[in-house]
Design a protein around this ligand. Sequence first.
Ligand SMILES: [Fe+2]
Ligand SMILES: [Fe+2]
Length: 200
Amino acid sequence: MAVSKNASAARKEILDMLIEDHKSAKKLFRDFEKLSQEDAEERESLVSLACTELKLHTQLEEELFYPALRGALKEQDLLEEAEVEHASAKQLIEQLDSLDADDPKFTATFKVLGEYVKHHIKEEESEMFEQLQRAKVDWPLLLEQMTARRMELEMELGLAEDAAGDDESADAQPVGAALEGDDDADDAGKSRGGRRQTIE
Ligand SMILES: [Fe+2]
Ligand SMILES: [Fe+2]
């Protein structure tokens, strides 16, 4: 049926969008490991980008994605757990916002955030997302809402300029690009409309 096909395509697009964010976050944590202690400026800008991307992602999930799964997901406690994990991550992000890169706690705080985020991503992808095939959710509507909200948040958080490829990009590459030069880095600040094909 055309309707259910649209629904599953929309569901896939939503999950692709979220998984793409997860990949970008994991990559930024990996990139951080490669920076030397002396690169205070780069470390600070990488951490700031990671925190901003995480703010967008967690807000999108909390405002739209998780509420849509309330009552539709088989294991509702996964949502409670996810929200508690978001709250812990937010506390660390707040701490990082007020720390300088040369503060001894800076690296430790970001590393702990990385551990939390990786654990959380694993649970979402291997438990929560796995249950969505049978969940009764209006996927096309949710996709529309999430795409619109994402654009707003990108503007609010200053991530939208990267997407437009403004003139800064010519001389100031994203931190990740300078480190690895792979395609993920180029996509780091771009709007992710679910172009990725695989769900791992
Ligand atoms: Fe997520
Ligand atoms: Fe999440």
